[in-house]
Design a protein around this ligand. Structure first.
Ligand code: R5P
Length: 261
């Protein structure tokens, strides 16, 4: 359907565009991080510039903050905004209950704080992130740098005690150095394959000293918009249990495709 975008980028783009149907003038919005959320921020920038919408954005990472400012979106901190109407963000995996794994891009901490401080969270995703059981995507756990190796060992012991299979954990790297998040922390990725009880694991991980947060988002997401490579979107709402389909039309000549990185 698109000569400009690959099927996967088409899927991300149409999910992002559909999400903007839920944005209203005057809203305070949480702005997610990642390649799918970046489409949403660019499209939101278009809306703000062309329709003169009065939107306040709270970014979930320094990357998103920079992009939002470039797009002319008014950016404030969460503490300035206090409470948000809606957060729109991507995800690395979502299950049938709309529980998520997030943090593949290292932004899980701010993302979880911002999504939790919102009336509603909408996840935008291509269809490849839909799973029956979370865990194939490595679960990110953000830890403070002090004593991180001890924290990592404690996390591994906890996984053994919980009888979680596939207990390998790795320190996320950025080149030759440990990855450092926007909050100055490291990330341990847990290669679990299958998380039987995500709710329990999320609680237990956060009890370990040195763990700041984990990438399991339980009961936070309200709606997922799943994009497909042919421009279709499926919208699934956890509260109503309804699922609907739509087709998102777009032109290859749109300005948004002209200013891609
Ligand atoms: O830390 C990053 C975020 O949780 C992203 O939302 C997630 O990794 C999905 O990113 P993408 O849309 O690039 O697949």
């Amino acid at each position: 359907m698109s000569d400009t975008l690959s099927p996967i980028d088409t899927a991300k783009f149409v999910a992002a565009r559909k999400a903007l149907d839920y944005v209203e003038d005057g809203m305070k919005l949480g702005l997610g991080t990642g390649s799918t959320a970046a489409w949403m921020v660019r499209l939101l920038g278009d809306m703000v510039r062309e329709e003169g919408l009065n939107i306040i954005g709270v970014p979930t990472s320094s990357r998103t903050a920079e992009l939002a400012r470039q797009q002319g979106i008014r950016v404030v901190s969460l503490d300035e905004a206090k409470w948000l109407d809606l957060t729109i963000d991507g995800a690395d995996e979502f299950d049938p209950e709309l529980n998520l794994i997030k943090g593949g891009g290292g932004a899980l901490l701010q993302e979880k704080i911002v999504a939790t401080a919102s009336d509603q969270m909408i996840v935008i995703s291509d269809v490849s992130k839909r799973v029956e059981t979370l865990g194939h995507f490595p679960l990110p756990v953000e830890v403070i740098p002090f004593g991180w190796q001890t924290t990592k060992a404690l996390v591994e012991e906890t996984l053994v005690a919980m009888d979680v299979l596939g207990q390998q954990s790795t320190l996320r790297m950025s080149g030759d150095a440990a990855y450092v998040s926007d909050e100055g922390n490291h990330i341990i990725d847990l290669h679990l394959q299958r998380i039987g009880n995500a709710r329990q694991l999320a609680l237990v991980l956060n009890q370990i000293p040195g763990v700041v947060e984990n990438g399991l988002f339980i009961d936070i997401c309200d709606k997922v918009i799943i994009g497909h490579g042919d421009g279709r979107v499926t919208v699934r709402d956890i509260i109503s249990g309804e699922e609907s389909e739509d087709q998102v039309e777009f032109e290859e000549s749109e300005n948004i495709f002209a200013d891609l990185d």
